[in-house]
Design a binder for this molecule. Structure first.
Ligand SMILES: CC(C)(COP(=O)(O)OP(=O)(O)OC[C@H]1O[C@@H](n2cnc3c(N)ncnc32)[C@H](O)[C@@H]1OP(=O)(O)O)[C@@H](O)C(=O)NCCC(=O)NCCS
Length: 165
C-alpha cells in the first residue's frame, strides 16, 4: 500500500466526469485489447459522464478511492450484490488498492442487504484478481449480452456464527 492513506467514499452525481475519465482510460489500456473490436468500442461509448451520473442518481453505489486528492480507483455495485465496475488507474495498480475498494464495497452490501452471494462478469485481466478475492468461475469465458468477452464469477460468503454486539 502507498505511504499515503487510501480514502474511500461514495460517489456523488458531480463526481461523474472524474469517474468517466478514469474508467475510460483504464478500459482503453487494459480491457479493449482482449475484446471484440465493435463491442469494445460500444462499451467505451456507453461510459459517459451522463450515463454514470444517471446511475449514481438512480442509486447505484460507486465507491471512489483517493490518495490525497487524486482519484485512483472506482468500484460500482448494483443491487448490493453484482459488481459492475472495478478499475484502478494504471500507475496505482499493484498496491493493494482494489483489495481495499472491494472490502469496503462488499462490507457495505453485507451491512445494507445481508448479501452472502456476489456475482460479476470478469474481463480477462480481472480474473486473477477476483480469484484472489475468493470468487470462482461459474462458467467458461463467454460473450455477454453486450458482446463483451467475460467470465461469469460468483463468491458466497460463509454464514456468520453470530451477530456482533
Ligand atoms: C483489476 C484491477 C482493478 C486490480 O487493481 P489493483 O489495485 O492493481 O489490485 P491489488 O493490488 O489490490 O491486488 C489485488 C490482489 O490481486 C493480486 N493480483 C494483482 N494482480 C495479479 C495478477 N496479474 N495475477 C494474480 N494476482 C494478482 C494481488 O496480489 C492482490 O492479492 P493479495 O491482496 O491477496 O495480495 C486493476 O488491475 C485494473 O483496473 N485492471 C484493468 C481493468 C480491469 O480488468 N478491471 C476488472 C473489470 S471486470
Amino acid at each position: 500500500m502507498s505511504e499515503q492513506l487510501l480514502r474511500i467514499r461514495l460517489a456523488r452525481p458531480e463526481d461523474a466526469p472524474a469517474v468517466a475519465t478514469l474508467i475510460r482510460r483504464v478500459v482503453r489500456r487494459w480491457v479493449l485489447p482482449d475484446q471484440p473490436r465493435k463491442a469494445g468500442q460500444a462499451f467505451l461509448l456507453r461510459i459517459t459522464t451522463r450515463f454514470l451520473r444517471e446511475k449514481i442518481v438512480e442509486g447505484q453505489r460507486f465507491y471512489l478511492g483517493y490518495l490525497g486528492d487524486v482519484l485512483v480507483g472506482v468500484s460500482g455495485m448494483r443491487d448490493d450484490c453484482h459488481l459492475v465496475h472495478f478499475f484502478v488507474s494504471t500507475r496505482y495498480q499493484g498496491r493493494g488498492i482494489s483489495r481495499r475498494l472491494w472490502q469496503r464495497t462488499m462490507r457495505d452490501a453485507v451491512r445494507r442487504a445481508g448479501t452472502r452471494r456476489f456475482t460479476l462478469n470478469a474481463t480477462r485481466c480481472g480474473v486473477p484478481i477476483y480469484l484472489r478475492f475468493g470468487f470462482r468461475a461459474t462458467g467458461p469465458e463467454q460473450i455477454s449480452h453486450n458482446g463483451l468477452r467475460v467470465t461469469p464469477m460468483k463468491m458466497i460468503l460463509p454464514a456468520t456464527r453470530g451477530k456482533r454486539a
